[in-house]
Design a protein. Sequence first.
Length: 180
Amino acid sequence: MFESRQLSEDVSMRVLRPSDASALAASYVRNREYLSFWEPVRAEEYYTRPWQAADIASRLAAKEAGEGYPLGLFAGDTLVGRFNVAGIVRGPFQSAGLGYWVDSTYSGRGLASAAVQLIVETARDELGLHRIEASTLPHNVSSQRVLLKAGFQQIGMAPRYLQIAGRWQDHNLYQVVLHD
């Protein structure tokens, strides 16, 4: 599942590997200011290879347990996006959460839309999930377009849902139901 797939002529998506820690750290450093509006405030160690290596290891352990998939977008050896299918719950729920970002120099190329669509199809056809949920800041119109294009519907708004950019912020909640 989630084998390497081409999303565009020069960008592919695949499961992260332990050897991707340096590329991931470099991508976070390169996009630090750009992502600061959309992500939690991060400690300095977050931007290092050792921190990213530990995070990848943790997420790969979750993958082995069937609880998530850490995915990266790559242009050659350069990591240009991060997608996480996380918190997979089986049983009657059959659900997961989705989070993602694309490198500032690669945004606006349809990569997020292509990646989310592939994730939705894989979750439905290969993982047997019933639904995926995601959330966006109310002013993150680009991410909302990506979700809507992939079949997500807004199901509500959660006040002060996540601490982003140093403060508790409202989020629009979305889901896509994969099976009727």
